[in-house]
Design a protein around this ligand. Structure first.
Ligand code: FAD
Length: 288
């Protein structure tokens, strides 16, 4: 059985590799950095659907596994469509017997799980997988994947360069912050905490107060920080789907009945901007 792993981000390549290792020794990676988590590693300049489809057409694989960042999911679904094989997103556990696959996946924005049965070959995205992959001796082969139609013209990073996908502390901005100007208070707070800023869909995709690559939720990033500070976030299921794996959630909201209260470990009833100002000042004082 052969399992191929790819991702755009190291954290998710590792997570997908850990799942691949739990299934077979015959693991193959397609990645942009030299890492030792698969028996064979195809080192590429970039990962995109055209290149992957071309590469996989000449590779017999049973399972293609990737992470759950937005671009991984977009590539995975397109690759499955182009290769005319099955696609199961948000997998949390999987069993393979012969060419039969039984997978558990998240459903309904992560509030339920569903059991899926399929045959190989299959493309899956991993929602979460415990533990780190083992380091193995990898045969590294540099390959040039077929030039794809999708070209990266510009990479826009969110402030400070720290991504909410990997940060241990994430300050989440919701519409309740009030305005684009007020987002700077959340950015300042994130900066003194050594964390990253993220946003809800309205804030990132509709109002443009933050870049789209920091949107958290069902159609954005799934994050797993030690601390998630939700500022003026109502806490709809589509947002919760992205923060469910956070260790501690602190919510600041004017409305004590906002749904986020049910998903928060600590709830501060109050104004998001005032909270940022007071909390930033207190941390700066503590830091001396
Ligand atoms: C298919 C689909 C996919 C989606 N994907 C995503 C996704 O990936 N991510 C995502 O986030 N959403 C997603 N959504 C949208 C989601 O349903 C919600 O509409 C969205 O999360 C709400 O964003 P919000 O909390 O910023 O805004 P709102 O729902 O408008 O909430 C604002 C909150 O701020 C509070 N507030 C107001 N003023 C203040 C103040 N001064 N101080 C403190 N609090 C204040 C309010 O009480 C309220 O609770 C998706 C929706 C659909 C249908």
């Amino acid at each position: 059985m052969k399992v191929v792993v790819f991702s755009e981000a190291l954290q998710f390549f590792k997570m997908a590799s850990a799942l691949a290792q739990s299934l077979t020794e015959d693991t193959v990676g397609v990645f942009t950095q030299k890492v030792n988590f698969t028996r064979k590693l195809y080192l590429v300049d970039k990962v995109d659907e055209d290149g992957l489809v071309d590469f996989l057409s000449s590779t017999n694989f049973d399972l293609l596994v990737t992470g759950n960042v937005r671009r991984d999911r977009a590539i995975a679904s397109r690759v499955a469509g182009r290769l005319k094989v099955g696609y199961v997103p948000d997998v949390t556990s999987i069993k393979l017997e012969g060419n039969k696959v039984s997978a558990t996946r998240l459903a309904y924005s992560g509030i339920a799980t569903a059991e899926v049965e399929s045959s190989t070959p299959l493309v899956i995205t991993v929602s979460s997988f415990p533990g780190e992959p083992k380091e193995v001796e990898a045969e590294v082969v540099r390959v040039e994947l077929k030039e794809g139609k999708v070209r990266v013209l510009e990479v826009k990073r969110s402030s400070g360069g720290l991504s909410p996908a990997t940060a241990q502390i994430v300050v989440g901005v919701g519409r309740g912050i009030g305005s684009k100007e007020n987002v700077s208070y959340a950015q300042e707070l994130a900066s003194v905490l050594g964390g990253a800023v993220a946003g809800t869909r309205p804030v990132c995709a509709e109002l443009g107060w933050l870049p789209e690559d920091v949107q958290v939720g069902l159609s954005g990033l799934r994050i797993r920080p030690r601390l998630y500070l939700a500022l003026g976030v109502s806490g709809q299921p589509q947002h919760i789907a992205g923060i469910r794996d956070s260790k501690v959630v602190v919510a600041v909201n004017k409305d004590e009945n906002a749904p986020i209260a049910e998903n928060a470990d600590y709830f501060v009833a109050g104004d998001a901007v005032e909270f940022c100002k007071v909390f930033t000042e207190k941390i700066l004082k503590l830091k001396g």
